[in-house]
Design a protein. Structure first.
Length: 660
């Protein structure tokens, strides 16, 4: 072994550094193997892709060799919450345990830090309702005492608050060195600390935003590090696709109009028709929203808009329609007029040149989307509850990742609990451009055969039949009734949420069961999870975000039902484009894309059930295709090796034994 590998091996030994600071430490061979693999990649400056099943302890498995190596490191994870967990909990524990003299910094995007210049604007010029006024007052009190300016420090602040965009900056509205508050800028302070640190924790959105915009500080960091680690790497391809293309959003136009009006009235009142210019930009943004969103309202989906995820439309559904073309032209015209007005008063205040640049960029994007798209890219329209976004993007991140990894020799580690269903982990490595990279697959140390059961009801409506959601609700009610709650129902679409949630409530009410039904969309995710834990008996019905990143260990969750196999929607524009590319290459799109995607998603959903060595539970997949179709064998193989039960009686008997 090399010196680093020897040090890592000693740290994970039963009498090593980790055991001395944690009396609950358990030596795991799979964790040690992963740590040694990471240590080797660091020593040889190579790339490594690691799939580490639930319970492996992958965070410590990459952090220990990282800290012991002394290598300057950039760690990227999926969310800001996971960033904070690494920075505030895991890294301090390990630095102490290993006596590693490593300085650590946390770096987030601009929108996470207070901008005191924009706070002054919001205080005097922003139109606010009473709730927003109270929120702004809280921000002002906190602004006087904060050292970091990290908005996450404000306890109880809703991350969806309309005040946050008013008191934070973006690439578009930041004045940079021209800002009167530049000396005390929290963003610049965080970047300076990151440049001086030995280890910096960022997130995937920040990483790819910098690849596209060179605005987050990562571009300065990346050449100087010896090691890059991507945790929760399975999210990289989709995050990258969102950032590596071009985006024009209706909210961009509205935000620009608001900022232009505020700056114009404050610094150049009477010199330009600011009200009229802002009104034209707002109207153009609104018309673009209406022209795009109307295409999404023709479906029979009865799910309330508040519960829907973003609706993705084919570009062809709108691009040739007169209203849509006119809306794009109006955005171009309004922003061009605004640009000329702003340039005319450019010397009046530092805000105006920046605003003129924003206007020019919006006009250019509107002009770009009015033309035909690039052949190697795909276009689509995202329709949300409050804005629409026009997007043009590459189909994957392979080219940009290859370019980044070829700049200078360094170690790259990509890890997640779910990266594919074959030894090459091709579900992840292919779109990420890592086809030739070394891979390591480490299964979970849990005894799934003893701890868990899998039930696939054979005599059950097909997912395409109208009665399927009701049948799922009824089966979920029978399971939850035995367990007195302790059940998740995971749906593949938001459309099924309302039907299943209503069906569960009606079933419990009919038999007088005191079981609370919590449905995604009725409250923020974190609040729903806390309610699920606090209620004496509860069932949670969730989709999309509840399939991963949810950790409920112990007896609080002992049954997970999945309504149907999670195949990608075939009419999604990105899916269609990827299928066409595979078929053009002579490949089987169903096997290489649809089944591969379903296998990974199914494994992610199933991973909510068993979270520790002592957990016990049952996974129910309410889709007979898992056992009746030929591809079902591949999907079952992707699941943890749970013992399968043949009948509902056996399934309910297992749940009854868990309740006892």
């Amino acid at each position: 072994m090399r010196p680093l590998e020897l040090a890592v091996d000693a740290a994970f030994a039963s009498s090593g550094a980790l055991s001395r600071v944690d009396e609950r430490y358990v030596e795991r061979d799979v964790q040690r193997r992963m740590a040694l693999g990471v240590a080797q990649a660091i020593s040889l400056r190579e790339a490594l892709v690691v799939e580490a099943g639930t319970g492996v302890g992958k965070t410590y498995a990459y952090l220990v060799p990282t800290l012991l190596s002394g290598a300057r490191t950039l760690i990227s994870t999926a969310t800001k919450n996971l960033q904070e967990q690494l920075f505030l909990r895991d890294l301090p524990r390990l630095r102490e345990a290993l006596q590693a003299p490593v300085t650590v910094a946390l770096l987030k995007g601009r929108g996470s830090y207070l901008c005191t210049h924009r706070l002054n604007f919001a205080r005097h010029d922003a139109p606010l309702d009473q709730r927003a006024v109270r929120t702004l007052a809280r921000v002002e009190r906190w602004a006087r005492i904060t050292h970091t300016g990290d908005i996450a420090e404000i306890e109880g602040l809703d991350e969806r608050s309309s005040v946050i965009p008013l008191v934070t900056s973006s690439r578009e509205n930041c004045l940079g060195s021209e800002c009167p508050e530049f000396r005390g800028c929290h963003v610049m302070k965080a970047r300076r600390q990151a440049m001086l640190a030995d280890l910096v924790v960022v997130n995937h959105h920040l990483f790819f935003a910098d690849m596209a915009l060179r605005d987050t500080g990562v571009a300065e960091l990346l050449p100087s590090v010896d090691l890059v680690v991507f945790d929760e790497a399975h999210q990289l391809p989709e995050v990258g696709v969102q950032f590596l293309g071009t985006m024009l959003g209706s909210a961009q136009g509205s935000d620009f109009a608001r900022d232009m009006l505020a700056a114009g009235l404050q610094h150049a009142r009477g010199l330009q028709p600011w009200q009229a210019l802002a009104s034209a930009c707002r109207q153009a943004a609104s018309d673009l929203h209406i022209a795009s969103a109307n295409a999404g309202d023709t479906s029979s989906d009865a799910t309330p808009r508040a519960l829907r995820a973003t609706l993705r439309l084919r570009w062809e559904e709108r691009s040739e329609l007169n209203d849509f073309v006119a809306a794009l032209n109006a955005v171009h015209a309004a922003c061009s007029d605004a640009q000329r007005a702003l340039e005319a008063v450019g010397e009046s205040a530092p805000d105006f040149p920046k605003l003129a640049g924003r206007a020019a960029e919006l006009a250019t994007k509107a002009e770009l989307f009015a033309r035909a798209g690039a052949k190697d890219h795909v276009r689509w329209i995202d329709v949300g509850a409050h804005q629409v976004r026009l997007l043009e993007s590459p189909l994957d991140i392979r080219e940009v990742m290859r370019a980044q990894m070829g700049v200078a020799p360094k170690a790259w580690v990509f890890t997640s609990a779910t990266l594919g269903d074959n030894e090459r982990l091709s579900w992840f490595t292919e779109p990420a451009g890592l086809d030739d990279t070394a891979t390591l697959r480490l299964g979970s140390p849990f005894d799934y055969a003893a701890q868990a059961r899998l039930y696939v009801p054979a005599d059950f409506p097909k997912p395409s039949e109208p009665g399927h959601p009701t049948a799922v609700a009824n089966l979920a009610a029978r399971c939850a009734r035995i367990l007195l709650g302790r059940t998740f129902v995971l749906t593949t679409t938001l459309r099924a949420l309302k039907t299943i949630g209503t069906g569960l409530r009606e079933s419990f009410a009919a038999q007088g069961d005191a079981i609370t039904v919590l449905v995604q969309g009725s409250a923020p995710k974190r609040q729903l999870l806390q309610q699920f834990l606090d209620e004496p008996a509860a069932v949670l019905v969730g989709s999309h975000s509840f399939w991963e990143g949810v950790d409920v260990p112990g007896a609080a969750l002992q049954c997970v039902l999945i309504d149907k196999l999670p195949f990608p929607p075939p009419n999604d524009p990105l899916v269609e484009a990827r299928v066409k590319r595979l078929e053009a290459e002579g490949r089987n799109a169903f096997a290489d894309y649809f089944v591969a995607e379903a296998a990974v998603a199914l494994k992610q959903g199933a991973g909510r059930l068993i979270r520790s060595e002592t957990d016990r539970g049952m996974l129910v997949v309410c889709d007979p295709r898992l056992t009746s179709m030929s591809y079902g064998k591949r999907l079952r193989a992707a699941l943890p090796p749970m013992t399968q039960v043949a009948s509902e009686d056996d399934a309910l008997a297992w749940l009854a034994s868990l309740r006892k």
